[in-house]
Design a binder for this molecule. Sequence first.
Ligand code: DGL
Length: 269
Amino acid sequence: MAEAHDPIGILDSGVGGLSVLREIRKLLPYEDFLYYADSANCPYGIRSPEEIRKLTQRVATILLERGAKALVIACNTASTHSVAYLRQLWLQIPIVGMVPAVKPAAGYTRNGVVGVLATEATSRAPALQDVIERFAGDKKVLISAPPGLVELVESGNTESAETCAILKTHLDPLVAQGVDALVLGCTHFPFLRPLIESIYGDKLLVIDSGEAVARQTCRILENNGLLNLKATSGTLTIFTSGNSQQVGVITQKLLKMDSVPAVKFIIKS
Ligand code: DGL
């Protein structure tokens, strides 16, 4: 039986889900976190739905075996292809999933044109089509799945001239077609947000799901009586199937960990 003092398990194909973890920790600073970066199998976005489901189930199982009281699938690709399946598998475990934030974007666009930046697999997911039909049926939605962006974030390359040029190659055509609200439909991409905003300024409103997922995590834990009520800062333990040293360095960079002294940082394979 899960207990309130147990940790929350968060998973992603790599370091992208740290953009969601960052938001959850703001709302839930007393919770302990287990984060799994499946870096050896990253990217998930080029894989088949079946493969994505198997990989996600494997990582979720590891986190549950390590005592997670709830799971956050901090990856749009894993979530859109596996969350329903995982919920059937573990009926008693609260599982938070995510879909690209098309709904708020549909509310924000002034031109009636929304852009979605996602992985190849998310761009083909029925769950994405479903949110588009439900919340942006009267808008034009342009989906772009640029190869290579996830890898740039995985290597910590979030600010270079090379990254800037690649972003422009993929985003200029969207902006030219009237996109004024851009959904970051992959959890790696919020780490590119400062660069995107510096390129397009007011022309583009950039939206991601991190905060909404954090609020949902909070609600679900509360509803299940699983909020950790201790008043000491929570810990963060990071697991990776990849190169732990590299994941450690990139994590510290992306989370600006010098300014987060309460974090207990452990890398294990
Ligand atoms: N971070 C992931 C997402 O939100 C996927 C990246 C990948 O492995 O392709 O979609």
